[in-house]
Design a protein around this ligand. Sequence first.
Ligand code: TRP
Length: 323
Amino acid sequence: MARILTGIQSTGRPHLGNILGAILPAVKMSNDDQNDSFLFIADMHSITQIKNSEELKSNTYAVASAWLAFGLDPTKTVFYRQSDIPECTELAWYLNCFFPYQRLKLSHSFKDKVNRLGDVNSGLFVYPMLMAADILLYDAERVPVGRDQLQHLEMTRDVASRINHKYKDVFIMPEPILQKESMLIPGTDGKKMSKSSNNVIDVFSDVKTLKKVINKNIITDTIPLEKPKNTDTSIVYALYKLLAKPEEAELMASRLKEGGYGWGHAKKELLSLIIERFKEPREKFNYYLDHQDEVDEILSNGAKKARIIASSTLSRVRKKIGL
Ligand code: TRP
């Protein structure tokens, strides 16, 4: 059994891109009995950017509800909220004290945030050490991450080996598992789907909103209805193909290529497919949003399990460093 751990940013309601690119593959991995998996909502990382208490809280519920709706099984995965684990910030402090300031200054994500954000707080600067604490606290062996997080993993290994070198056998060295970027989900404008690009499809929204987003936001060309259409450049078709069975996608492709079948028809099919394919997750998502007490209970049960390991790691660390 390998211990696999990953953190999810709580930046709001997950969209179709998050679901296909991150949630579904991670749920699959966590339901594999070969893995001892840990998954948490990184709300203490979110606070570097979100300074609205209601928003921070509702983001956590939205993210937790979405993962549960897509089949995350809290009896198979230790599923918790980062802020329920005070051991994490304590460990982060120790790590800060062993990691050179000059190395943190080389962080790509920090430089990027300095250029983008108005609120350049110190939390953003030490973000990688909080992330390292998330990982090292549980002796995680494998950490699935996107390419943008690889440097954070390098820093995690770096700080772990500095401490191991000085005090011997303190931390397990985690290995990153690079999540393939093959799942580039186009947004309504054809660019990668992301919240900041304002091009997302929120599969949890009500049918009316979903219909509006699909009809108004997905860009199509102006080729007349009766003419044959190009499926290679079509965003509607690309999205349909990602969700449909191969034979359904082929059927749509041949209709589009024949002519007499317009983008309006294709959009209607896409809407029905989304509603059909996500019927159960949509219902479950709403159920959890209406039953936040259940979500709280699931997360606090997860935190109890997580803290047993966290506190034992922390006492090992404290002893090694002389506290
Ligand atoms: N920083 C990660 C991201 O932006 C989220 C995260 C926080 C994380 N702590 C982690 C991922 C620990 C993996 C392991 O996506």
